[in-house]
Design a protein. Structure first.
Length: 393
């Protein structure tokens, strides 16, 4: 076989959500590309649950993620001290077990587990054992690191997947139960019903730093379950994490740091997450689909240009979302944040769907800000400029 006929080589470092979806998309659409998915752990996906709204995806992204979806619901609920809301927006979740199972079946020998990458460049990677993998295109999907040029706050959580002694009675997720004691600024409980007596109970709160006190959150979940009349019979899995919430960002600085090694950054490493929720699944699916549909040679330079374009578009479209975060964290008193979220969830469902999908219209933005300001006016004016928030760190 001549050099021109040889398969192009795509190396993806990191088998989390973003890396696995890209590998799967290429395997389906580009049989001319030889894929290597190098993951440092003994399975793909780690220990995570990724969720999103059904309206976050276009047809191509939906086709990509459908085989991985573990659970689907026809709607969801929210609860606040001022009332409850029920929505008919579809909701879905992907468990890391299913991501690992489906991807390994589809990718076969392309997956290399227990393969830590110690260094990357535009032409390959050095592994922990000193060997090197050469490639025509190299993607860095090793997860987030210290993001440069951004001001962040955090949505911290501990989730416990449990079996109850009796059925819980829930038919769809509760995305926010904020009718709970408001600790640490803004707190809510997130519930995913996986079966009649099987439930993910996640205690979540907004904070200034990403450190999670697992013991405290575990006790809070025990107290919450008892208050709902649920007896936890067994704990099957625990997930701890902190999702970044973006108040301000300088994309050139972030991109320069993320690409310093020469590989193509994706996922959280490239700032591809919803600024207000920290959700990354929709953008991971969009990135994977666009890269796999890119016609022509698969090279680091071409994939780099494509992902940079996705990041630029995302940052431009999410400027309003970053402003909302600044109003919430820099202008709003912590003890009143739950009222801001309560007001937002009383808006029309189509607007809320467009917000989560990153597709707000100008009229939607005006509707969100209309009426009596939910934060002090002078504090709000001080929080509006993005550059000021960047300087404050």
């Amino acid at each position: 076989m001549s050099k021109l006929q040889s398969p192009q080589r795509l190396l993806i470092a990191g088998g989390g959500l973003a890396g696995t979806l890209i590998a799967t998309a290429f395997a389906a659409r580009r049989p001319d590309v030889a894929i290597t998915l190098a993951e440092s752990g003994d399975r793909l996906g780690g220990n995570h649950t990724w969720s999103a709204f059904g309206t976050d995806f276009g047809p191509r992204e939906r086709a990509l993620i459908d085989p991985f979806v573990s659970h689907r619901w026809d709607g969801y609920d929210c609860r606040f001290t001022g009332g409850a809301f029920t929505y008919s927006t579809p909701y879905l979740s992907i468990a890391s077990d299913d991501l690992d199972r489906v991807a390994r079946h589809r990718l076969g020998d392309a997956v290399r587990l227990d393969t830590p990458v110690t260094a990357l460049d535009a032409a390959g990677a050095v592994l922990a054992d000193g060997s090197r993998i050469e490639a025509d295109a190299v993607i860095d999907a090793r997860g987030p690191r210290q993001l440069a040029g951004v001001t962040l706050r955090w949505q911290k959580f501990l989730g416990r997947e449990v079996r109850l002694a009796d059925p819980h009675g829930l038919t769809q997720p509760t995305i926010m139960d904020a009718a709970v004691p408001q600790l640490d600024g803004y707190r809510f409980v997130y519930l995913l019903p996986f079966g009649p007596d099987r439930l993910l109970i996640e205690d979540t709160y907004y904070a200034e730093d990403p450190a999670v006190d697992a013991a405290v959150l575990t006790e809070r979940i025990d107290a919450y379950a008892a208050a709902r009349g649920w007896t936890i019979r067994a704990e099957e899995r625990v997930e701890v994490g902190a999702l970044p919430l973006l108040l301000a960002g300088d994309l050139p600085t972030l991109w320069r740091e993320a690409t310093a090694e020469g590989a193509v950054p994706v996922g959280l490493r490239a700032g591809l997450f919803h600024p207000v929720t920290g959700y990354s699944l929709p953008l991971a699916a969009r990135t994977a689909t666009r890269l796999a549909e890119l016609a022509g040679p698969v090279t680091t330079a071409r994939l780099m240009a494509a992902v940079e374009g996705i990041a630029r578009d995302h940052f431009a479209r999410s400027a309003f979302d970053r402003m909302l975060n600044r109003l919430l964290f820099l202008a709003g008193p912590p003890e009143r944040r739950h009222l801001v979220l309560q007001r937002f969830h009383g808006l029309p469902q189509p607007l809320i769907e467009r917000f989560y999908a990153g597709a707000l219209k100008r009229s939607d933005q005006a509707r969100i800000l209309a009426g009596k300001p939910p934060v002090p006016l002078l504090a709000a004016l001080g929080a509006l400029p993005e550059r000021a928030a960047l300087r404050s760190g």
